[in-house]
Design a protein around this ligand. Sequence first.
Ligand code: UFG
Length: 337
Amino acid sequence: MEKTVLLTGGAGFIGAHVAVELQQLGYRVILADNLSNSQADVVGRIGRITGVDPKLWDIDVADRTELEGVFAAEQIDAVVHLAGFKAVGESVQQPLSYYRNNLDSTLTLLEVMADYGVKRLIFSSSATVYGADNAVPYTEDMPAGRCTNPYGWTKCMIEQILKDYALATPDFSAICLRYFNPVGAHMSGLIGERPNGIPNNLMPYVTQTAAGIRQELSVFGNDYPTPDGTGMRDYIHVVDLAKGHVAALDYSFAHTGWEAINLGTGKASSVLELVQVFEQVNGVKVPYRIAPRRDGDLAVCYADASKAKKLLNWQTEKTLADMCRDSWNWQKNNADA
Ligand code: UFG
């Protein structure tokens, strides 16, 4: 029977791609999003890709009455919880708003799920929970914590809340997906990342620089202990990432308890490598200069991706060249999005 999945934060960059993959497999998808960092037109864009417009509830997930309205109206079988504030720097400036928003929405969601007997939850976590003390590649059994910013702490705290809740609720399944660095866009060019203002993350900064919106990219540090001196990350194509959610969801229907699972490629690329591949596959220039290191950045961060392969039978398929091509395609198609 067709299953109904609620995506909180479903109108955002990752949510939209998860919605596409789920709908293409016949799931019924409901989006709940207050559009604080996304646009309602994503519904029609998902519709153009899949043939079906998902239903969007324009609500704040932290508002219990509004969220109850969604659960009362829809027969929800599982939730993918992607709603949350996610800007690292902003979280340092506004810690209370980050803790309030990210924790409150999760607690409200869990309470409403309990009231309506919904027992499967996939949570949008982050590699940031590995903090600064673990050695790469990160494995899920490493201790989480010692995060470097409030945003990271909210992910850690929510993982702990889910662990305790799953322990106390024997037939509950909570799966924390620890994303590495999601980039790329849907190959249709219809959905992608729309950062507010000046991008903090590398790929949107690169695409905006290539498009002439930004003058040049600042490469934050070239004196790291890496082959070319620049920071290395595990970039993962958002469509691969979205498929990882589908695999986790399928798994959760026969699972109880708590799991943390890395979603990464298992390989790290440097800033300069990404810039070079971007220029090559797209035939464009990305002017850059070397700038000082950015506070809080690690030299190298990448996943051990073997648990996802073993448990979910999922692994990434797309290359760094795919990521660069699809990101640029999205940027070109949505110059004023
Ligand atoms: N970088 C630059 N110039 C820029 C932006 C980034 O050189 O203008 C470099 C960074 O120093 C880093 C790499 O590009 O080496 C990637 O930086 P991002 O900001 O794109 O990503 P981060 O790895 O810093 O952060 C990401 C997510 C966070 C998450 C974190 C840890 O954005 O949400 O991974 O998992 F917390």
